[in-house]
Write a protein that binds this ligand. Structure first.
Ligand code: AMP
Ligand code: MG
Length: 410
């Protein structure tokens, strides 16, 4: 598949993403959780406020509550009661009277305004107001934060720490949320060793599943880590069969490039319906996606930068849909590029850049240098992707480019 802008045989990035999104379905199982356990879960209900917040008009200051009419007649009012937080004034007051009131305490029905204690003089029960006041001074009105029946949170919202506080302030003790997704991780390759193990000649340390597990934790899913599976048909098959049984999504890295000596492709062809795509993107051309009997499968390239970029740009978007969460919002800016960028038309580039403000206050992006798909440190140094469309050729220093700021996953 190709279009005007990608090299023949390559699948345009947007088409790969749309194709993938059309084939994944949101999970339907929900559970009820106490709010203190609901952080980062995706809400499966709309939350309308069962009350006004604050529930009653109350004082924003420690001071004296009064009716504004009284002050128009006389600057000295008679103290006839107290309203404390949790112990409101129960009686009645007449014109010419005032009530001692504390911050958060309910406004007496006979009062409409508050003066802070610093601005009065007290002589026994006689309270003299030193300044002009206007109606409603220092009063927090019922419902000024949230009104009764107001929609506060919507289904699909991922609950943050502040949301948990908002729910508590509404008196909501439990929420209905979608269950966590279960995601299996498989790293394939005979050359891979775990940090802490000794390397033989030709070995490298496995890094993909570490960074993927960290990003999946940020997404708030349960990770089932299958570790490193050697390039052995039976071992790979056993791992995929078990992963498919346990998880909603299976993610592997390595062994998806065509012409590979790995057995991943043979195993996957046997188990499910997997498309081995060559996406018109750089890094990340080889990518596999499809359905296993019970789960969906994302086959990331082995090269660390390619694995991360395809995970971030493709798999994360699909997993977010599966979670029922709102689509990820990523911030794009058009900025000046300080350096020349190498690029040939035919693939969409996700180059690594550092966005900074220059001496004259302009946003300027600078390449992190070498863009090899194995150079993970280039991604660690970057704070944005420089996204260059398929048809674009090289970029001259000073030209404008589009950058996508790194989100909290990177
Ligand atoms: P492959 O697609 O299996 O041929 O892998 C492509 C490149 O990525 C090779 O250089 C692999 O050694 C490397 N690679 C594959 N998997 C990992 C991994 N989990 N961590 C780090 N490097 C990897
Ligand atoms: Mg391999």
């Amino acid at each position: 598949m190709s279009d005007c802008c990608s090299a023949p045989g390559l699948l345009p990035f947007e088409q790969a993403l749309a194709n993938m999104l059309s084939k994944v379905s949101p999970i339907t199982e929900t559970l009820t959780l106490p709010i203190e356990q609901a952080l980062y879960y995706v809400l499966a209900q709309d939350i309308a406020s069962p009350l006004n917040v604050p529930p009653h008009d109350n004082s924003a200051m420690d001071g004296y509550a009064f009716a504004i009419e009284s002050l128009l007649v006389n600057k000295t009012l008679t103290l006839v009661g107290r309203s404390m937080a949790g112990a409101p004034f129960q009686g009645e007051c007449q014109p010419g009277e005032c009530i001692r009131i504390m911050t958060g305490a309910k406004m007496p029905d006979c009062c409409d305004s508050v003066e802070m204690q610093e601005n009065v003089t007290a002589d026994g029960e006689q309270i003299t107001f030193l300044q002009e006041k206007i109606f409603g001074s220092h009063v927090r009105n019922a419902g000024e934060d949230i009104q009764l029946d107001q929609q506060v949170l919507h289904s699909g919202h991922k609950l943050t720490a502040v949301d948990i506080g908002v729910l508590a302030s509404l008196g909501v003790a439990e929420v209905i949320v979608y269950r966590k997704l279960k995601v299996a991780l498989i790293a394939t390759g005979d050359e891979l060793k775990l940090p802490g193990q000794a390397l033989r000649v030709g070995d490298i340390y496995e890094s993909n599943s570490f960074v993927l597990a960290a990003m999946l934790n940020t997404l708030h899913v349960d990770v089932i880590d299958f570790g490193i599976i050697s390039d052995d048909f039976e071992a790979i098959k056993a791992a995929f069969v078990s992963a498919d049984e346990q998880a909603d999504a299976v993610i592997s890295s390595g062994g998806v490039s065509v012409g590979d000596a790995d057995y991943t492709k043979t195993v996957l062809d046997e188990l499910g319906e997997i498309g081995f795509w060559k996406i018109a993107m750089k890094p990340g051309k080889p990518f596999a996606f499809g359905k296993l009997p019970k789960s969906v499968f994302f086959g990331l390239p082995g090269n660390p930068v390619s694995a991360l970029v395809t995970f971030h740009q493709l798999a994360l978007v699909a997993l977010t849909k599966m979670q029922n969460a709102q689509p990820l919002k990523r911030t794009h800016l058009t900025v000046k590029c300080s350096t020349e960028l190498r690029k040939s038309p035919g693939r969409m580039d996700f180059q690594r850049g550092v966005l900074a403000v220059n001496d004259v206050g302009e946003n300027v992006v600078t390449s992190t240098g070498s863009q090899g798909s194995g150079i993970l440190s280039s991604l660690a140094r970057a704070n944005c992707f420089i996204i260059l469309p398929s048809e674009q050729g090289k970029v001259a220093a000073g030209e404008k480019v589009t950058v996508q700021l790194f989100d909290h996953f990177l």
